[in-house]
Design a protein around this ligand. Structure first.
Ligand code: CP3
Length: 340
């Protein structure tokens, strides 16, 4: 069992800096596209044999130090009363967005061990196959609420922020419901076998610190507080969050994600030396000539200065069209130059 990823999460010494990638399974891989040609995105997520196969594709191809369950952030929306689908070229589309107090009142908790049992089954099957740790995940309240309210992807989050400002009580009810559901779902993922958890607050960087503290921090904190008893390391991830890192750290997470807009050393200073960090190569550098790509990998590593508690990753997910050989070269390079 290769445990350097778990050791880094706990800020223990490692033989090499561990590396994995957000969206390491996906359209940039031919094996993934071949399966997607036959099955919808939701079928891949909801069929354990297929979810297992997709999860293992990058593990076999890349030599990474952690696997992330193939699933999607939005799966919990349907059983709480927010049906959605993925439409080609558009991303997720929520059938009936949540916009009013009455809409929020109609939502409900559910039992993830039943309604998302297929995800938990995938986890159980994966643990039998893997020699590296398995990461489970879910969305943070802001990021989930933004999809539920906007109805899909958004650039400005105007409807989400309007609900916060105009009807804070309804916002807090919705965010609180997401916090309860996500905490329960993540606990169920650990019961099924996940050895680490990542909470994606991908879009929370759209808020200033005051709004983050008022509208999000208490809800996200409730999730991390609930996960403390599981004993598995937790990762708290966002993008565009250079100004929020200290507040995110307060909300929780053994490891805090830093995206490429903030130099890793500067981000780590804002977070504090008593937490691990994950990041932070710009995903578009994977399209760059090899020399520039590896020079920028070296820059990230030099900013980590071999301190215990660095998990190498991108600042966000691998983009469609990324050359697989460049991803593989990054894994090999990180392992080669960080051998202790
Ligand atoms: O990282 C991994 O390899 C695990 C799998 C994973 C997916 N989605 C697969 C996926 C994870 C961790 C997610 C999380 C997720 N889903 C997030 C947070 C992560 C982030 O990027 O910040 C968000 C915001 C979503 C919602 C979502 N799912 C969107 C906006 C889209 C459409 C965008 C796109 O790339 O088409 C998806 C679809 C999706 N989720 C795909 C994959 C591989 C593409 C599906 C396809 O067409 O094959």
């Amino acid at each position: 069992m290769n445990d350097r990823f778990l050791r880094a999460c706990r800020r223990e010494p490692v033989d090499r800096t561990p590396v994995w990638f957000m969206r390491q399974a996906g359209r940039y891989m031919a094996e993934y596209r071949a399966l997607r040609a036959k099955h919808s995105m939701l079928t891949l997520c909801r069929t354990p044999e297929l979810a297992v196969e997709v999860t293992l594709q990058p593990v076999k191809a890349l030599g990474i130090d952690a696997a992330i369950l193939f699933s999607d952030l939005l799966l919990p929306l349907a059983p709480m009363g927010i049906p959605f689908d993925f439409q080609s070229g558009e991303g997720p589309v929520i059938e009936k967005p949540v916009r009013s107090a009455a809409d929020v009142a109609a939502l409900h908790r559910f039992e993830p061990r039943q309604d998302l049992g297929m995800v938990l089954e995938s986890i159980k099957m994966l643990r039998k196959e893997l020699q590296i740790p398995l990461i489970g995940f879910a969305g943070a309240p802001f990021t989930l609420a933004s999809y539920a309210i906007e109805g899909g992807h958004s650039s400005h989050f105007a409807l989400t922020k309007s609900l916060m400002y105009e009807d804070p009580a309804t916002w807090h009810k919705l965010a609180g419901l997401f916090a309860e559901i996500v905490a329960d779902y993540l606990q169920a993922q650990v019961e099924a076998g996940c050895q680490a958890l990542q909470v994606f607050d991908s879009w929370v960087g759209a808020l200033d610190e005051a709004d983050y503290r008022e509208f999000c921090l208490p809800h996200t904190k409730r999730i991390f507080d609930a996960l403390a008893t599981t004993g598995v390391p937790t990762i708290h991830f966002g993008t565009g969050t250079g100004h929020l890192l200290a507040a995110q750290r307060e909300a929780g997470g053994d490891v805090i994600g830093v995206d490429w807009r903030t130099p890793l050393d500067e981000g780590w200073n804002r977070i504090g030396a008593d937490r691990a960090v994950q990041g932070n190569l710009d995903p578009t550098l994977l399209f760059a000539p090899r020399e520039r790509l590896l020079a920028r990998v070296d820059d990230v590593l030099s900013r980590a200065r071999s301190r215990d508690g660095h998990v190498f990753n991108l600042g966000h997910g691998i983009l469609p069209g990324t050359p697989v050989e460049n991803v593989k070269a990054v894994v090999e390079h990180v392992h080669a130059v960080t051998a202790r």
